[in-house]
Each structure stands twice: as C-alpha cells, then as structure tokens.
Design a binder for this molecule. Sequence first.
Ligand code: COA
Length: 528
Amino acid sequence: MKFCGGCNPKYDRRKTVELIEQRLNADIKYSEPNRGDICLLVSGCERACLKKPEWGQLISVNQFTTIDSIIDLIQTWGEEMEDFKDIYKEKYVTASEAVKHIKDGDRVVIGHACGEPRALTGALCERAHNLKDVETIHMIGVGESNYCKEEMEGHIRHNSLFVGNKNERLAVKDGRCDFTPRYFSKIPALFTNGPLPPDVALVQVSRPDAHGYVSFGVSVDYSMTAAKQAKLRIAQINQYMPRCHGECFMHLDEFDYLVEEDIPLIELPKSELTDVEKEIGRHCASLIQDGATLQLGIGALPDAVLLSLKNKKDLGIHSEMFSDGVVELVEAGVITNKKKTLHPGKLVATFIMGTRKLYDYIDDNPNVYMAPADYTNNPYVIARNDNLVSINSCIEVDFMGQVSAESIGPLQISGVGGQVDFVRGANMSKGGISIIAMTSTAKGGTVSKIVPSLEQGAAVTTGRNDVAYIVTEYGIADLRGKSLRERAKLLINIAHPDFREEFIEIWENRFHEEWEREERREKVTIIA
Ligand code: COA
C-alpha cells in the first residue's frame, strides 16, 4: 500500500501515517511523489496535486478526523475489493488473458469515446496477428484507434459508426476500414436482436460499489447495450472511471472477465475560441430564452455558445454529450435544470467528453443522469422537453438548406451522431428550435460553407424538410416555412461577403429573378 504523507511540512502527516501503519500492521510507504493508493487530503492538496488523476482513494482530514474513522474507511475499501475478488476470482484476469477468448471471425464492439477500454483494445491489437477476420465496431474513437492501422489487414477490419479521428479517416479513405451510417438513437438497436449481434463487448466501467454494481460512467450510449447483448462480456475496471448515476449500471455477475487496469481516462481540453466563433456563439445565444433546455453537439461552436450564455437564467441540459463548459455554467448558477419538463434538476446525457475536472464533477453526482442513447436521443423523449434548443455544426449547407455534417464530398470525416435525432426532437418540442451553426468559410477563408449545391458525393445529414435555423458569424437565417427561392436568399445574406456576388448571380439564374440591389449587403447582421 502506498500512502501520501503530504508534501507541505506545515501539514506533516507523518505521525498519522505511522499510527495507521501500526494499527493496520501494514508496510506503508509515504511521501512518494508518484502514484498512491490512498491520499490523506488536507488543505492545499487540491491545488498541489489532487487533480492529478494518479491518485486513488482520497481521505479528507481535518482537526476533527479521528484515526479510527480513517482506519474504518481504509478497511472498508480493502474488504469490498477483496470480497469481490474472492467471489469472482475466476473472472479477474489480465488484459492479455481476457482477449485470448476472442476468436477468428468474432464481431467485437468497443466502448465509446473517452470510455474506450484502452487496456483491452491495446491487448487486442497486440494479439491481432494470431487472429483472422475479426470485426471491431466503435462509434467516436478519441484514442489512437490502432485497430485501424495497415498492419491489421487480414486480422482486424474496423467498422466505424462515426469516423472520429485521423487514423480512422485515413483507413476509411484507403478502403481498409468501413463506415456504417446510423442515427445515434438507433445504434443500440444494432446490437439488440438487430443486424449486428455482438460476439464480444470490450467495455470500461467504474470500480464496483458495495453491492457489486459497476457504472458505465462517461460512456453509456451503446456500450452498456452491447455489453448486455454480447456472448462474451469483458470489462476493464478502472478507478478513474466516474461512478455516474442513472440507467448505467451492470453487476459484476453479468461479465465473463474482469480486468483491473487503472489508466487515466482520455481528456479533451476546451477549445481555444476565435473571434469568429465567439460571434457565432452570440448569435446562437440570441435565440435561446431563459428556461430553455439545451443540446450541444461536437466541435468548438458549442463551447462558443456556452460562453455567450452567462446572463441567461435557469437553463437545462438534455444532450447526447456535454463537456467542461456546462459545469462552469452550473457553477455560475446559469444552468439549474429547474425549468426542465423532463428530468427536472438533472443534467441528462449519454456520454461525456472533457477534462478530469468534469469527470470529478459527474462522479457520484445525483444531479447527473446518464442513460443509453436509445433513450436520451429518442426524438420522442427529446420532445418531452419543452423549449428544447439543439445546437450542432456542419461542413456545408446548400441553397435549399440541406446540411452535410459528415463528409467533404465523398470523403467521410465524421458521422450523423445525434444531429438528426435532436433536430427532429427539437422540431417536435413545444417551443423548441434547432440551430445549425458554422463559420461561413473553411480552409483559411478559401472555401464557402454555404454552397449553391453540395459537393458531388456529399452525404446529406439533416434534410431540407427538417432544417430550421442556420447561423454564421454574419447572422441568422430562419428557413422554416421559406420557399427554395427565399431560403437561398437568406443563406446568401449570411455567407461570407467574398462569395456573395458569385452566389447572387447563381441565384438570379436559378430563380429567374433580379436580386434587389439594396439587398446586396456588405455586412448583414441578423436576417430572420
Ligand atoms: N470544405 C472543405 N473542408 C472543410 C469544410 C468544407 N466546407 N468544412 C470543414 N472542413 C474541414 C476543416 O478544414 C477541418 O479539416 P482539418 O481537420 O484538416 O483541419 C475538418 O473539415 C473539420 O472541420 P472543423 O470546422 O474543424 O470541425 P469541427 O470540430 O467544428 O466539427 C463537424 C464540425 C461537422 C465535423 C462536427 O460538428 C461533427 O462531427 N458533426 C457530426 C454531426 C453532429 O453534429 N452530430 C452531433 C454530435 S455527435
């Protein structure tokens, strides 16, 4: 057992540690700068090193903490872990032993995003040369996705449900990896008596509680469903995985193999925002009323929107995911979830991506409700939230309002995720609206993201019949109830000025009408 005795001589805990050592009759090393199993936490630890994820259990001590209470806590944790290890001793194996049970031709579903069980995926890739024709399935890969690498050919073929990182994009482009389109809300159904029954699930979970339940923490989405359905269920138990509340628990009984590997979760820092993104955030914020419930998609723009919401009141969250910006608004009293018509008082999500600060916030926090994606992203469930505002981003929008959010021409660079689930849910929500927000240009201003026609081969993500608000740094276009002619005009008005002249010519030819000269604006602010 390693034990931090503290680094500040002012709070020397040497005496306490010695007492604990005597009482437990254990060999305790203290004052070690690296990983410890237990940290005596006193004033100053938080700033100094508590936020380093290397630490295991923390015990807060102050002048009132007795040595007996500390001993009690240490023994309870020890006993819980020992009990489960005794009961399930045949299930506790190493990662390399666990993946030996994967067979040629198996379909292996991997836990999602920051919940990827990296000890298990690492062991699988190490073993890959002994396997043939294994199919791995994963949605957003934020790790290295080594199962997509060239040397995996013939051993593992990856099937991506999102194409979330550069390795996957390259593998899909080179034809070494497949992409399967599917709404996020319908992904769990792929694995429940659906078209892709899993042979194996590799997932990551929290430590068990006193009753033997582990939480899927930052990644409930399809991961828990796959783990329930797979013939072979392997879990990486990781002390860094938060124990979230909600529909997100399985019992140790339900797994075939358990691998204890404490590896800090992947963290995604907050984006550095440009002035353009901040301007887009302000436009979006102007559409959000006090008391609204928000869904925020992926990319820099959701952070920009959050930044502009500091003066709002009683906002709520029902989203597929959220990141650090949400916690800042909770702490500032802007997000209270009080006015939510479904799960009042709770932040609702199916996966979480952010920093350790966020993971600590959601750990054992009854205000956070995590549930599988077929619940959180079901448009009928979303619609039960009055005033639901969905905010997502995209690659291109054509003059008709067709939104491509997942490909550049035929090159797949992302997936639909929950965009359409939430656009449709927002459309059905009483007082709800959907926003697609984007910078007006890409590639250093050389490419307009508003285009007369989508690039050949581009996938339509949100259709023109579903789309509502489009926002750029030049303003807001409300496409609801607008003809194709009117839509194109509104979109041209929020395109980058460098492209407007060219677009106006196309508009005039397409609609056989002359553009009214006074509408030729250099800088349009808000067109609604
Ligand atoms: N033409 C050419 N390239 C374009 C482009 C365009 N019109 N628009 C964007 N790109 C390029 C960017 O240059 C960037 O390339 P790089 O990675 O080589 O730098 C890449 O596409 C990603 O664009 P960026 O603006 O940085 O993306 P983002 O981080 O803001 O995310 C989406 C935008 C659309 C990719 C993201 O929101 C997404 O994945 N959406 C999926 C659908 C969705 O919203 N789901 C809900 C959440 S799961």
